[in-house]
Design a protein around this ligand. Structure first.
Ligand code: XBP
Ligand code: MG
Length: 263
């Protein structure tokens, strides 16, 4: 096997992939709307559809256009959206700090396994940097940034997923071929962004993204799984066989099978 195709880097999306954060984002948006004095309120059904738009500011603007057909993105309106979004980021931080949101099953284990093998770890997200800090600090410590070779986020990459910008930034920063990497995503937009950058992608959907199209993914599994907890279920290819936890050898096997098939 060519070294150019050997898996040695794991790139993680944040929202939905590292942790099931979307219900906290939803609460934070509604909190910000109330604080800003606008009569908007998003319910879960509405939010499921709004998630088709990546990025909080973009999501708010999209909604505004939906409820006001005369909406024009003037400087004042953009300023107001930025104001609402700043309130939302603060509300998200406060909500996250009121408890510790667990990481999804197997995330911490796979990070530790990869560190032990000196694999490269990176983040590719559309979320605001403060949101990553408040999520990861309790799990990885105050120096959590050192775990990752590069962190691509809403600040580094203004073009949000499905645009591949954030993944292309990661590839550039870690100086590896896309075929040496595996992206972890939970959504169609994330999958499209990673695949457009040429990166094989494993999908672990959440309740917010479960109905989306994951064609082209390396595999779709319910989670990475943890010893002593419910084992991962294979969603695509569909199988009722139980699989063991998804560890580095399993990732290498799936990655290699994908490379053999498509490269
Ligand atoms: C998911 C998103 C984010 C959050 C909101 O990002 O679309 O926009 O829902 O975050 P990812 P902000 O899965 O790429 O991590 O309000 O900070 O934009
Ligand atoms: Mg996501």
């Amino acid at each position: 096997m060519s070294v150019k195709n050997q898996l040695s880097a794991l790139i993680f999306d944040v929202d939905g992939t590292l942790a099931d954060t979307e219900s906290v984002h939803l609460q934070a948006f509604n909190h910000a709307f109330a604080q800003a004095g606008v009569a908007w309120r998003w319910d879960e059904e509405n939010y499921l559809k709004l998630l088709a738009v990546s990025g909080g500011k973009e999501r708010i603007m999209h909604y505004w256009r939906e409820v006001d057909e005369k909406f024009v993105a003037t400087e004042d309106k953009i300023k107001f959206i930025n104001h609402i979004h700043a309130l939302k980021t603060k509300a998200y931080e406060d909500l996250m700090q009121s408890g510790v949101l667990p990481l999804r099953s197997g995330i911490l284990r796979i990070i530790r396994e990869a560190q032990a093998k000196n694999w490269v770890l990176a983040i590719a997200t559309t979320t605001t940097p403060a949101n990553i800090d408040v999520l990861l600090r309790p799990h990885l410590g105050a120096n959590w940034k050192q775990v990752f070779r590069f962190i691509g986020d809403a600040e580094t990459a203004p073009f949000k997923k499905p645009n591949p910008q954030v993944y292309l930034q990661v590839l550039d920063a870690i100086a590896l071929e896309p075929t040496q990497c595996l992206a972890f995503e939970d959504s169609y937009n994330g999958l499209t962004a990673a695949l457009s950058a040429g990166i094989p992608t494993l999908i672990t959907p959440t309740a917010f993204t479960a109905g989306q199209d994951f064609s082209g993914a390396v595999e779709v599994v319910s989670g990475l799984g943890e010893f002593g907890q419910a084992l991962p279920q294979r969603i695509r290819p569909e199988s009722h066989d139980t699989i063991d936890v998804v560890d580095l050898p399993v990732l290498q096997f799936w990655h290699q099978r994908y490379i053999n098939q498509f490269f």
